[in-house]
Design a protein around this ligand. Structure first.
Ligand SMILES: C[S@@+](CC[C@H](N)C(=O)[O-])C[C@H]1O[C@@H](n2cnc3c(N)ncnc32)[C@H](O)[C@@H]1O
Length: 179
């Protein structure tokens, strides 16, 4: 099931910074000038931090199925002064439809909402540069270890390999590289 827009406020709020500080969490992977993709960006909890990390020379492609999420992110990014670094991209269920190549992709608390995982991870693999990385993070609360292991198995079959399992609060996380 796709997360409804109104539910976003339950986890996309200032309190979350106490355990998920976007810049602190993502700075090991994102450098100035990079092109990064925020998959299932929602209202942009991580997108603004990603835009600060990529800097004015970088770009964040913020991808979501729901226009309401992208509209909210557009308003937030203008208030934060980083709107010109962010491309809002509404995808379809059957395809991400991203033409650019990226250095880094983030899939935070969203992969369990994607029904066709082989297609999804295949598209991410295709858009990443050879040294590109995918950070896959799933919530412990409603994604079981077994279910996430099945997802990671799909990643491996697609052509990813696991580089690290970084600690992320309330979550299980995998840093994945190509081939
Ligand atoms: C639980 S929210 C997480 C939002 C954000 N990543 C965060 O951690 O705050 C999941 C988001 O993924 C989006 N989503 C679900 N399936 C998707 C798909 N196949 N492609 C792109 N976005 C999707 C939903 O619309 C929703 O905005």
């Amino acid at each position: 099931m796709v997360c409804p827009w109104w539910l976003c406020y339950s986890f996309d709020n200032p309190l979350r910074r106490l355990f998920h500080d976007p810049e602190r969490l993502l700075h090991p992977y994102v450098k100035p000038g990079m092109t990064v993709v925020d998959l299932g960006c929602g209202m942009g909890y991580f997108t603004i931090g990603l835009a600060r990390l990529t800097g004015p020379e970088g770009r964040v492609i913020a991808v979501d199925l729901q226009q309401k999420m992208l509209d909210a992110l557009g308003r937030r990014s203008r208030r934060a002064g980083v709107a010109e670094r962010i491309v809002l991209h509404r995808c379809r269920k059957a395809s991400l439809g991203i033409e650019d190549s990226a250095d880094f992709a983030l899939a935070f608390w969203m992969a369990h909402e994607v029904p066709d995982k082989p297609r999804f991870f295949g598209e991410i693999l295709a858009l990443l540069k050879p040294q590109g990385r995918l950070l896959l993070v799933e919530p412990k609360l409603h994604v079981t270890r077994k279910s996430l292991e099945r997802t990671v198995a799909v990643c491996r079959e697609t052509g990813f390999h696991v580089l690290e399992e970084p600690p992320v609060a309330l979550s299980r996380a995998y840093l994945l590289g190509r081939g």
